[in-house]
Structure formats: C-alpha cells, structure tokens
Ligand binder design. Structure first.
Ligand code: SF4
Length: 308
C-alpha cells in the first residue's frame, strides 16, 4: 500500500466516524485541500462498502440533530445508485421531495434527468442528494447550524461513494460546500475540490426553468463534469460506460456489416450518419467547449480553495 493509499484510507475512516485505525508501517502524508490533484496517482479506490452505507443511511433516516426534524415529512437521503462515479448535490429537499422521499422530483427533477441524459447518464446511474437531508419550512435558505449538523452525512456519502466528480446545482449548494460568498457566475465553469474530489458548480434546474438563457452555460458545465468523470474513471481503470452490453453491441455491429454488404443503401446511410456525427463533434468542440481552467487530458488544472 502506498502512502497515498494510507492517507486516503485514513481520511475515509475519519469521515466514517472511526476513532481508531490500525496503524501500518507506511510513510504518513497529510491530505490537505491545497494538495495538487494528481492525475498520475494510480491508487485504486476501495470497493463500495455496503455495510457502512446502510449504517449511515439508517442513522440519517432517524436523525434529530437539528430543528428540521420537527417539520420534515421524511428524510430525503438521495436517489439513484451509490455505485457510481458522479454525485449530484443540491441544496435541500423541496415540497415534492419532502413528500415523496426522493431527491429532485417535480419539474426541476425532470429537467435534471434530461441534463444528465445529455451527458450520457441515466438517473439510475448517478447519486443525487442534497446538502440538507430535510426540507427547510417554506424552502428557506439553509441556516449555518443546520448545515453544520447535516454536512457530515454528505461527507460520509462522498467517502463511501468515492466519486470521480461532484456536480453541485445552484448557488447555495456551491457556496455551502466551497465555503465562499460568490455569485453563481463566478463559481461556474471552474474546477474546485471538496473532500479531495473535483467539484463543478452549475445552475439549479429550477433557475433554468425561470431563465432559459442559463441553459447554455449549464450545458458547458455539465460537459466539463463529464470530461473530468471520463478522465478520472479512465485513470482508475474502470469502464466509462458501465451499461454497455458488449454482447448486444457485437450482435448489432455484425448485423450492420451484413446489411451493408447486401444493401448499398444501408451502407450509404451509415456513412451519412458517421459524417453527421463528425460534424456534431466538431461543432461541440468549436462552439460549446467551456472557457474554463480545465485544459484537457493531463492538463487538468484544479483550483485550490484559497485561490478563489
Ligand atoms: S437536516 Fe440533517 S441534521 Fe437536520 S434533522 Fe435532517 S438529517 Fe438531521
């Protein structure tokens, strides 16, 4: 086990509330927020810890650590799968979430589903949660003592999931996690770190419903998150597209080639499709690539929190 592994496991154990860890004879190295994000670090994340996840979730579902436990209908732990490389974090549950116990439902949730689909994720392939797990009455802004009480749950979710990237939705979620008092415009299009994980902030889907002009910057931000996800998952040696069924893909490809051989019109349509795809990629790169600090493979520039 490398020093990096040890530091990572120590940080993770602390987040999970462990008081004692077995000390191994390894070089100890503190993990700090201003430590460069090392893309060449080949250490593999630990496997998903089902028991720890269940323990923390059960603890949260019965939580009474702050005043919101008296007004909530139910705790909204999160939606989707914890076996993922991407976490989406909003501010707090709203009325519908509080009623249904699911994160991001209603019109904003439907729009979030479309946004995720646009970068290749189904809702069931990501984990969606909030900084606060209980709804503040009248959707009020989270109060500092509520965040202080609830944030440990989020930190423990992050420690267990070990995501490649975190995407925050809305100004309050980003400001809370980054501890800054900035505008959304100043925070978006950049890469920060939270609990050592690259973090991209973008607008809340509800804001997009009110102001469609925000769709374009949001599209840029989620593309940036997707790029970081791809890079990090590749570095970890994991499959980027977990749902690709290679058997079906092989069958379809074989059938496609057979049809091309016997029916020239199919071959022509395939070439046309490829050409359209290439044009689309070109347009994406020319028009949509965000003007962010992210500079592409091996050039990821992660902004330390104190440089904001
Ligand atoms: S908001 Fe968080 S800390 Fe407060 S009662 Fe709900 S789960 Fe507990």
């Amino acid at each position: 086990m490398t020093g990096s592994d040890a530091a990572r496991r120590l940080a993770r154990a602390k987040m999970l509330g462990e008081r004692f860890v077995l000390r191994l004879p390894v070089e100890e190295r503190a993990v700090t927020m201003d430590e460069p994000f090392d893309l060449n670090d080949s250490s593999k994340p630990a496997e998903f810890d089902e028991a720890a996840w269940t323990t923390v979730r059960d603890e949260a579902l019965g939580c009474t650590k702050c005043d919101l436990c008296r007004t909530r209908t139910q705790v909204v732990w999160g939606s989707g799968t914890p076996r993922t490389g991407i976490m989406v974090v909003g501010e707090a549950p709203g009325y519908h979430e509080d009623q249904q116990g699911e994160a991001f439902v209603g019109r904003a949730g439907q729009l979030l589903t479309k946004i995720l689909a646009a970068i290749g994720f189904g809702r069931d392939e990501v984990f969606i949660t909030n900084v606060l797990k209980c709804r503040p009455p009248d959707n009020a802004d989270p109060l500092p003592h509520q965040v202080e009480s609830c944030e440990p749950y989020l930190k423990r979710q992050i420690a267990i999931i070990d995501p490649a990237v975190i995407l925050t939705l809305g100004r309050h979620a980003a400001r809370t996690l980054l501890g800054v008092d900035s505008t959304m415009g100043a925070m978006r299009g950049r890469v920060f770190r939270y609990e050592e994980v690259p973090l991209v902030a973008t607008y809340h889907p509800a804001a997009l419903l009110r102001n469609p002009k925000l769709k374009r910057p949001t599209w840029e931000d989620v593309q940036l998150a997707r790029e970081i996800y791809d890079e990090e998952m590749e570095r970890r040696g994991k499959k980027i597209y977990p749902n690709v069924d290679f058997f079906s893909a092989s069958v379809y490809t074989t059938l496609g080639i057979a049809m091309d051989l016997f029916t020239p019109i199919f071959a022509m349509s395939r070439v046309t499709g490829w050409t359209a795809h290439l044009f689309e990629q070109y347009a994406n790169n020319r028009l949509i690539r965000p003007k962010a600090e992210y500079t592409g493979p091996r050039g990821l520039k992660v902004e330390p929190l104190e440089n904001r």
